[in-house]
Design a protein around this ligand. Structure first.
Ligand code: C2E
Ligand code: CA
Ligand code: CA
Length: 883
């Protein structure tokens, strides 16, 4: 294209001065390029100066310019090249100056047409716009950061876990904050290394195997990231490649193009927790404003993390509350106690199954009810007062009664508690006390302790004794039981009253407890009886006895000290019986019985003394125990027999008979009355025996009426003092006579002088009454007692019975003869009949008769025989005499 070339030549020649002037004066960077082959035709001096490229250097190397452009901008520059010869171009890109400095240039070019309208060349002007560009970059960057910040804040609200929050923040920094790369690292506490947890942007390979520490004592810890972490500050490196603290990472940074960086530490719960590091490809990318923003971002992040923690804590708490309330619900439902939730009006808001079951109402019914509908003891006003008290005190507990749906009452123990934070609501647990009340009664009944003295009672004593026995057989040490009985306690109790008596017992208990060892048992059996069990006394029985005796003496001494009760002084001694035992030789019951017996021995020997148990005592006891049991059985098993002995007149004719009791014992054979009657009297068994005997005697009398031989017989029955003194003796007698139909005129009661010792006047009244009924009386064993003539005169007696002891010695003992004579004369004076008993010899009979006795009884005539035999023999005698 010679034409075009000529035109260009003309410009060059004609306007050379102009261009040169323009280039030199204004300092414009100007270039001219051929359109057909792209060859650079001209560059202004300013261009050469700035870029260090002369036309001569560029011409042979068309890429020299291209190589100066920033790698990121090269695609743009390439694109420009493609369109420069077609249209006007306008671009901004970066160029690296020979000294390595990067500048922004504004590159404007326009195709230039020749006179034919054909594009011959392209003219361009380049302006260094770095300064302008930088300030606008800054604005944009700030805007980006603001955007990033606000996005970060949104992220804080959206993200519910740390990982997603961190990765979002990094992404935001890259996408919206203009960062080339961003990452967040946390510190591994073991190594002190900062480990990336998330990253975003270009060239994240930068982080592969990176070595950053949180420690200040290693170079890897003194970089921006480590320092920012440690100090939770913001560190800005405006020129990454020239800063000394970034030295360890210069090689890496060069590879990835980092020119500036920022690192901000993030706190969590007030402590360094993470660090956000950002990289920018421009030096000086961060200024004071961006620094503030980043710090704010870090603060927000830290706050976000704290929020996450709080959130997590809250949800954990909520879950816990939920599961707790679920669990509570389950517990309430499985509880055997009733449960209510109530408001202050006493309305039931909730109720558990246990209460539903116990009350008999349905849950729905209960939920419409109030406390007052179920409470059976307290009036509504009292309930309201209770609720008021609950509201002020927070919790109350009391016992009451509830009414079930069937109207029945059940005792409850109620514990009501105000619910904190719940306006005016409270809950109540209701424990069914029916069972406990029963148990309590049982405890009182079967309890182990004496309520008055709080000492163990008999039950617990037996338990302790059992234990003492077992351990004594193990350790072979003797133990002792001390049976303590207060002397004349009854007198004190009766004269000063039971309350004072109780005080005395308490004081006795206190003295007892004080004097024995902790491990020894003191029990109260009841009344004024106490028992002490002393264990591990000694392996030698004598030493053991000595020690037990010492303790007992000490106790006696202590008891004997005056008691001050209600301001009054009392003296009350005690008697103590001791049993020493070891192993399980005797039963517990026996040990207690023996100690009781020993105590009884102590009483007998004058009280205020100690007695050891004596085995002879034991045998006596056993004998009596057995006898008692046998004797009781004798009545039920009909082992008692009526024997009879004749009473005859001077002619030998049987005019009467004495009933003498015999016991047909299954093993011992016929037991004489002296072996059991005194004992029966002692234990009171004489009363049923006597009643039985009287009845039997009357039955025989009635039977005898049918027969002429037996009809006139006067039957004498011995009546013991104890029997006679029974208040209902007369009514019983009357009942027997009425029942049997026996003639009282044929019945004689033999009484002894001992009867006269007590209450003679009362006795006389009784005798008179019976005499009026037709019954006669004989005074038995006469002469052995102390009856005075004055008494005898008053008694409505029929006859005196001369005791056989006097009869026996007749003819041998003169004094007895005198006594017998006196008795006979006395009876004559008193107008009483007289009979001699125990007449064995004819001499005796003759002497008695000589003195004036007209009636006799004794072996001389017959021996006591079964009553039926007696009656039979009478008939035989008559038959014989008739024959
Ligand atoms: P007791 O009332 O003085 O009875 C007379 C006792 O003398 C009877 O003894 C009788 O068997 C006995 N005896 C009769 N003749 C002779 C004799 O020639 N020589 C001797 N050595 N003894 C003769 P027994 O039957 O052993 O009764 C003894 C006592 O037991 C009675 O003395 C009486 O106190 C009491 N006793 C007997 N039966 C009863 C009874 O049914 N009720 C009560 N309360 N006491 C009775
Ligand atoms: Ca008699
Ligand atoms: Ca007698």
């Amino acid at each position: 294209m010679p034409h075009s070339n000529q035109f260009i030549e003309a410009i060059l020649q004609n306007r050379d001065a102009f261009f040169r002037q323009m280039g030199e004066d204004i300092g414009m960077l100007f270039w001219l390029r051929a359109a057909n082959n792209g060859e650079l035709l001209y560059v202004s001096p300013a261009f050469s100066q700035l870029f260090g490229l002369t036309l001569e250097q560029i011409k042979p190397n068309p890429r020299a310019w291209f190589d100066r452009t920033h790698p990121d901008d090269r695609p743009l520059v390439t694109a420009l090249t493609g369109i420069r010869d077609k249209e006007k171009c306008d671009a901004e890109y970066r160029v690296v100056l020979p000294d390595g400095q990067l500048i922004w240039v504004h590159d404007q070019s326009a195709p230039i047409q020749d006179s034919n309208g054909k594009i011959s060349c392209i003219a361009g002007v380049i302006r260094d716009i770095t300064a302008a560009r930088q300030s606008s970059d800054q604005v944009r960057f700030l805007n980006q950061l603001y955007a990033a910040l606000s996005r970060t804040q949104r992220a804080l609200m959206d993200c519910h876990d740390e990982t997603s929050l961190f990765s979002r923040v990094c992404q935001i920094a890259v996408d919206h904050g203009g960062m080339a790369m961003a990452w967040i690292g946390t510190c591994d506490p073991a190594s002190g290394k900062i480990q990336p947890v998330t990253s975003a942007g270009r060239n994240t390979e930068y982080l592969d195997g990176i070595n950053i520490s949180s420690r200040a004592d290693v170079p890897e810890g003194r970089g921006p990231t480590g320092t920012a972490f440690r100090e939770t500050s913001a560190i800005f490196i405006q020129d990454f490649m020239s800063a000394s603290i970034t030295t360890p990472w210069h090689d890496r940074a060069r590879r990835y193009g980092w020119r500036a960086s920022a690192a901000v530490g993030i706190r969590r719960a007030g402590k360094p927790y993470a660090v956000l590091t950002l990289y920018h490809t421009q030096p000086n990318a961060f200024d004071a404003k961006t620094a503030d923003l980043l710090q704010e971002m870090a603060a927000n992040l830290g706050h976000g993390l704290d929020q996450l923690d709080i959130e997590a804590e809250r949800s954990r708490y909520e879950q816990q509350v939920q599961s707790t309330s679920r669990r509570y619900h389950e517990i309430l439902e499985t509880s055997i106690d009733g449960f209510w939730l109530l408001d202050l009006e006493g309305r039931i808001l909730n109720v558990n199954s246990a209460y539903v079951r116990r009350s008999g109402y349905s849950r729905d019914q209960l939920l419409t009810m109030r406390v007052s509908d179920l409470e059976a003891l307290h009036a509504p006003a009292v309930i309201a007062a209770n609720i008021r008290r609950l509201a002020t005190e927070g919790a109350i507990q009391f016992e009451s009664m509830h009414r079930a749906s069937d109207g029945s009452l059940w005792p409850v123990e109620i514990k009501a508690v105000m619910l904190a934070g719940e306006d005016g609501r409270f809950f109540a647990f209701m424990r069914d006390l029916s069972e406990r009340k029963r148990a309590e009664e049982e405890i009182i009944n079967l309890g182990f302790y004496d309520p008055l003295t709080s000492l163990p009672n008999r039950r617990l004593l037996l338990e302790r004794l059992r234990h003492a026995m077992v351990s004594s057989s193990r350790n072979q040490q003797y133990c002792a039981v001390l049976f303590i009985d207060l002397d004349h306690f009854k007198v004190i109790n009766d004269t000063v009253g039971h309350e004072t008596g109780d005080l005395l017992l308490k004081e006795v208990a206190r003295r007892l407890r004080e004097l024995v060892r902790e491990e020894d048992t003191i029990a109260r059996l009841g009344g004024d009886e106490f028992v002490a069990v002393l264990e591990e006394l000694d392996a030698d029985i004598r030493s053991a006895m000595a020690r037990a005796g010492l303790v007992a003496d000490k106790l006696l001494h202590a008891f004997a000290l005056p008691y001050l009760l209600n301001g009054e002084e009392f003296i009350c001694t005690a008697s103590i019986g001791i049993v020493i035992f070891r192993d399980q030789e005797s039963s517990i019951e026996d040990i207690l019985k023996h100690s009781d017996l020993a105590m009884y021995g102590a009483k007998k020997s004058g009280r205020n003394v100690v007695r050891f148990f004596d085995p002879a005592m034991q045998h006596e006891l056993e004998r009596r125990t057995r006898l008692e049991a046998d004797l009781r059985r004798s009545l039920t098993d009909q082992q008692l027999r009526l024997y009879c002995q004749s009473q005859v007149d001077q002619t030998g004719k049987v005019i009467g008979a004495e009933v003498l009791l015999r016991w047909q014992h299954p093993e011992r054979g016929l037991v004489p009355p002296m072996d059991f009657i005194p004992f029966a009297e002692e234990i009171g068994l004489i009363i049923p025996i006597g009643q039985w005997l009287l009845r039997e005697a009357c039955l025989h009398l009635k039977r005898w009426e049918a027969c002429a031989e037996t009809r006139p017989i006067l039957l004498s029955v011995n009546v013991s003092a104890r029997e006679f003194r029974q208040p209902d003796f007369i009514p019983n007698m009357q009942a027997i006579l009425a029942e049997t139909g026996a003639n009282p005129a044929r019945l004689e009661l033999e009484i002894t002088e001992s009867l006269l010792l007590e209450g003679i006047d009362e006795f006389i009244v009784k005798m008179r009454e019976m005499k009026a009924m037709g019954i006669s009386f004989a005074l038995d064993d006469f002469g052995t007692g102390y009856s005075s003539l004055a008494y005898l005169k008053k008694l409505p007696l029929n006859q005196l019975k001369i005791d056989r002891s006097f009869v026996q010695d007749l003819g041998r003992d003169r004094s007895d003869e005198a006594i017998v004579q006196t008795i006979i004369r006395m009876s004559e004076t008193l107008g009483l009949a007289v009979i001699a008993e125990g007449v064995e010899t004819d001499l005796q009979r003759q002497m008695l008769q000589h003195y004036g006795c007209k009636r006799f009884q004794g072996y001389l005539f017959d021996r006591p025989q079964p009553i039926d035999n007696f009656a039979g023999s009478l008939k035989v005698a008559r038959a014989a005499s008739v024959d």
